[in-house]
Ligand binder design. Sequence first.
Ligand SMILES: CC(C)(COP(=O)(O)OP(=O)(O)OC[C@H]1O[C@@H](n2cnc3c(N)ncnc32)[C@H](O)[C@@H]1OP(=O)(O)O)[C@@H](O)C(=O)NCCC(=O)NCCS
Length: 169
Amino acid sequence: MKTKKPGDSVAINTEIVLPNDTNVLGNLMGGRLLHWMDICAAVAAHRHCSRVVVTASVNNVSFNQPIRLGEIVTLQAKVSRAFTSSMEVFIDVWVENNTTGEKRKCNEAIYTFVAVDQMGNPINVPGIIPESDEEKQRFDGALRRRQLSLILAGKMKPAEATELKALFS
Ligand SMILES: CC(C)(COP(=O)(O)OP(=O)(O)OC[C@H]1O[C@@H](n2cnc3c(N)ncnc32)[C@H](O)[C@@H]1OP(=O)(O)O)[C@@H](O)C(=O)NCCC(=O)NCCS
């Protein structure tokens, strides 16, 4: 199967925060942002493998700063590493200042998607070769994050998590 570059999978989505997206303080609700991130990341995973993909796990989400009603939100998703049937996808989120147009990074998340056939069974995806320093850094960390996610899901024994153990030795 032909390998691909992270850049081949990039998905970008722009949203404006409307009243129905906010809590009583006028801030974007976390659940709405998770939904936007899920869709954007699914498009990136789909672009990588050209198959149906399902969300397997949401590994890292940080809500660092509130996003206000009326602000414009840009999400960028990119596959950081592909394993056998699963793909790790990074989502970076920026908010645009309505007056100056200046963008500030406000969130980051890491999702895992699995490519499936029509019966919902996992199928192989192309490998990925990182190019930029950031892509290489995210690629290298992906194995560690995968082991942590599988341990938390009860699908891997901690003793088998060699990459994680190496962090402490
Ligand atoms: C995701 C799903 C296809 C995995 O199927 P499965 O029978 O558990 O298959 P496997 O155990 O062989 O795992 C398949 C891949 O998923 C990965 N995976 C499964 N659970 C994972 C988790 N919690 N975190 C990270 N990766 C995970 C495995 O590591 C494996 O990756 P690999 O093929 O690259 O090595 C299946 O659990 C599923 O359909 N889940 C529901 C998906 C869904 O509906 N999502 C929307 C939720 S609202």
